[in-house]
Ligand binder design. Structure first.
Ligand SMILES: [Zn+2]
Length: 227
């Protein structure tokens, strides 16, 4: 039997990054009955993507990811309205993009983009499900307005070259699928209690899940503006 999430959670969702996290998240949301998805990604499909990005096949190499993903999702879910942005999200895009969606999913592989999106939650008021996966590990955290953000968790953002990425360090493809589906579940679930967020950490080698409470840091430069 299919479980229908609440009407509010099926509002328009934007997925930023249509890679190893964004592909399974999009499929899971469409399967749950989402009516409107906006897909954002500036990259084209590469052969190295195929093991973890199941919406794409070898025949799609060289095509914009959002174009292919939009076609595949529209074929599989005829009632789904799909909008595509074939571009990388920069600071000027974040506010207009998030403001007209009920929820955002971060499927990017960039520290800068992750903090940019996290910082926007308190300012714009759109909940975000942040996520990341690399090598054998992954994590996901829903950030609601008034909840803890990535700066509450990590302090300042590390430099891009300090953090391993899927492209540089590799990733277990199936684990990206697990994390993307988990992000969709968090998107469809309830908001976090005020003043905190829940961090879900997955170890792909031991298959252990850990759940940690992250509390808002007073005067946090990321989420302090609205609290
Ligand atoms: Zn914060």
């Amino acid at each position: 039997m299919r479980i229908y999430p609440s009407r509010r959670m099926l509002g328009a969702t934007v997925i930023i990054g249509m890679g190893g996290l964004g592909c399974p998240a999009a499929v899971a949301l469409a399967e749950a009955g989402a009516r409107r998805l906006t897909l954002v990604d500036g990259d084209v499909v590469e052969t190295s993507n195929l093991h973890r990005q199941p919406l794409y096949g070898p025949e799609d190499v060289g095509r914009p990811k959002v174009e292919v993903a939009g076609e595949r999702l529209s074929q599989a879910f005829p009632g789904l309205e799909v909008e595509t942005w074939a571009r990388r999200v920069g600071p000027p895009d974040v506010e207009p993009l998030l403001a007209r969606h009920a929820l955002a999913i971060d499927g990017t592989d960039s520290v800068g983009a992750k903090f940019l999106l996290s910082d926007a939650v308190a300012r714009i008021g759109t909940p975000l499900v942040s996520g990341g996966v690399v090598q054998w590990g992954g994590q996901a955290m829903r950030i609601d307005p008034g909840g803890a953000c990535l700066r509450c968790l990590y302090g300042t953002a590390p430099r891009e070259d300090e953090v391993p990425t899927c492209a540089r360090a590799g990733v277990l493809g199936s684990l990206a699928g697990v994390l993307g589906a988990l992000q969709a579940s968090l998107a469809l679930g309830p908001a976090s209690p005020a003043g905190r967020s829940t961090l879900h950490v997955v170890d792909g080698r031991t298959l252990r899940f850990r759940t940690l409470t992250v509390r808002r840091v007073p005067d946090c430069p990321g989420c302090g503006a609205r609290a």
